[in-house]
Design a protein around this ligand. Structure first.
Ligand code: GTQ
Length: 365
């Protein structure tokens, strides 16, 4: 026989005078009844507080450039406009587990050297020729490049080019905060000393080769700039085989060449090609995902946790987010679309939490 009473997993237990009085008495002892909150703690499936959202680059670019006249990179330490998820305002979160922002560095500026426990990625959106220095090596950044700053690595950014540079920062700030494991240090010098030539890491670790006898010594890829030219060429070559995934088109995952795993321990990064006119099948996964549009125009339809649908219309340099466990599908309008994306997938996978689900039009929503 099934018990028809509502279960505390779905709704709080009913309140009685006797129960309320008990809750008040135990309150002074820092105790609370689980059955009042169980449904908010142990849910049948994810219901993200994050919502689908889009930042149109043309709309926000004026604010980014205006911030350049308001404060220097030096004074700000990092001159960034944080992309706040509308469902998580004031928390500096774009998803429940990730931070994102758009960082501006003007010609001649330096964002001074520091290091922190949080891992960072940079995805270059506008401008070309600024550098970031990571643990004694500089890399020159160009649009579409995916650049890594590993946890606890010294890093400073500088712009010796003639144009402003803007990149998307993605950091695991909320994950590190959840563990209360933050540490940070300022370097004594504004620019850290450089000990290796530009391109050294890519040559040494990113050419399908490794120095003989190389032993894995870190959780993050030793390659710290994955240039767009190479990524784009890989996609372009693969497309000739016409093996399109119905949910993802052609989708590549950035890897650590040392172990074949994700390039970063907490953040997974991807680049996908959706050809002109392509419409994907609905898909959902537990990793809320941030997309940065590199090429093309299209729409992504996202079903919110409350069942409503949100249509995000995107073009080059726009950023949009699909929260955890929300169905979404993409349709390309103009040109071939190339989408960079990142999420907390490696962290979830390591904890045995990650799930995905493929749908079709009739099972979505
Ligand atoms: O470039 O080191 O967007 O420390 C936020 C915190 C960028 C950085 C951010 C940071 C950085």
């Amino acid at each position: 026989m099934t018990d028809a009473r509502p279960r505390a997993l779905d709704a709080p237990a009913s309140r009685t005078g006797e129960r309320e009085a008990f809750y008040r008495r135990i309150d002074a002892s820092n105790l609370a009844p689980l059955w009042e909150v169980l449904h908010t703690l142990v849910k049948r499936e994810p219901r993200s507080a994050a919502v689908p959202a889009l930042w149109r680059y043309d709309d926000i670019r004026p604010f980014i450039l205006e911030s350049g006249g308001l404060i220097t990179a030096r004074e700000a330490e990092r001159r960034v406009l944080v992309l706040e998820n509308p469902g998580l305002r004031g928390k500096s979160q774009i998803t429940s587990s990730l931070y994102a922002g758009l960082q501006l560095i003007l010609p001649g500026e330096v964002a001074p050297a520091h290091r922190h426990a949080q891992s960072a990625l940079r995805f270059i959106v506008e401008g070309s020729g600024a550098y970031t220095a990571v643990e004694g090596e500089k890399t020159i950044m160009r649009p579409g490049d995916f650049v890594i700053t590993p946890s606890w690595a010294w890093h400073d950014h500088g712009n010796d080019s003639a144009e402003p540079m803007v990149w998307l920062d993605g950091l695991d700030i909320p994950i590190v905060a959840a563990f209360d494991a933050q540490f940070a240090e300022l370097h004594s010098a504004e620019r850290q000393p450089i000990g290796r030539p530009v391109g050294d890491a890519l040559a040494r670790y990113g050419a399908g080769l490794l120095p003989v006898g190389y032993e894995k010594r870190a959780l993050t890829s030793p390659v710290f700039n994955y240039p767009y030219a190479r990524t784009r060429e890989a996609l372009e070559t693969m497309r000739r085989a016409e093996e399109w995934d119905p949910c993802h088109g052609l989708k590549l995952q950035y890897v650590n060449p040392v172990d074949g795993g994700f390039a970063m321990p907490t953040i997974g990064t991807f680049m996908q090609l959706l050809p002109r006119g392509f419409a994907t099948q609905p898909y959902r996964c537990t990793d809320g995902t941030v997309f940065s549009v590199v090429e093309g125009r299209g729409t992504t339809v996202v079903t919110r946790a409350d069942g409503g649908e949100e249509t995000l219309e995107w073009g080059p340099r726009d950023v949009f987010v699909v929260p955890s466990w929300c169905w979404s599908h993409h349709r390309v309008a103009d040109g071939d679309a190339v989408l960079f994306s990142f999420s907390d997938r490696p962290a979830q996978a390591k904890l045995g939490l990650w799930r995905e689900m493929r749908g079709n039009a009739s099972t979505a929503g």
